[in-house]
Design a protein around this ligand. Structure first.
Ligand SMILES: O=C(CO)[C@H](O)[C@H](O)COP(=O)(O)O
Length: 217
């Protein structure tokens, strides 16, 4: 059995019952909390910011995997670390000095990830692949939960796996968007290490069992 890591996306939680939903994730087989930060500039939606993340962190018993869908992420790395981030992923498309930002993340003591939009080709990661811990591959256009999975992602996972192996790099492949009981197993077969799931988990009758089902892929 593959040891896939499961990261429920808090974006799909009930914000009026956030403590309850955080405790649900604590009690489940989930590995990380996936925290989506959206600024209304890089993506056409605004999610939540530091106070909400800090409130989640107060109750979370698992690492916070932070996905920054924001412009100028380098301005906020220390504050995200101080708000509880274990992993910080910045978008390739949002960083002019990507290599510098990766080391900024590492210097504050977090794992460094690069997130890529569906249109961004894998080969663009070649010169940083040995510097990072994680690639957060978007399998929907970022900005909203509950969107339809983009099928081209399977081939991108295989291409990324090959790039990682060719460079003898130590990088986790995380897939974000449209993960469910159909796409999840195919993604793991293609080489995914981490599955983010928002809508599929939080719209389920039994979210804990749904997380376990993904974990057992
Ligand atoms: O980054 C995101 C949106 O930009 C979300 O994490 C992603 O869409 C997961 O949601 P779902 O599983 O509902 O598709």
């Amino acid at each position: 059995m593959a040891n896939v890591l499961i990261a429920p996306s808090v974006l799909s939680a009930d914000f009026a019952n956030l403590e309850r939903d955080v405790k649900m994730i604590n009690s489940s087989k989930a590995d990380w909390f996936h925290i989506d930060i959206m600024d209304g500039v890089f993506v056409p939606n605004i999610s939540f910011g530091f106070p909400v993340m800090q409130a989640i962190n107060k109750h979370a018993a698992k690492p916070l995997d932070v996905h920054l869908m924001i412009v100028n992420p380098e301005k906020y790395i220390q504050t995200f670390k101080d708000s509880g981030a274990a992993n910080i992923s910045v978008h390739y498309e949002a960083c002019t000095h990507l290599h510098r930002t990766i080391y900024q993340i590492k210097d504050v003591g977090c794992k460094a990830g690069i997130a890529i939009n569906p249109h961004t080709p894998i080969h663009l990661l070649k010169d940083v692949i040995k510097d990072i811990d994680l690639v957060c591959m978007m399998s929907v256009n970022p900005g909203f939960g509950g969107q339809k999975f983009i099928e081209h992602t399977y081939q991108k996972v295989r291409d990324l796996k090959q790039l990682i192996q060719e460079n003898n790099a130590n990088v986790l492949i995380e897939i974000d968007g449209g993960v469910n009981e159909v796409t999840g197993p195919k993604l793991v077969q293609a080489g995914a290490d981490v599955l983010v799931a928002g809508n599929y988990v939080f719209s389920a009758k039994d979210p804990v069992a749904t997380i376990e089902q993904l974990k057992n892929i």
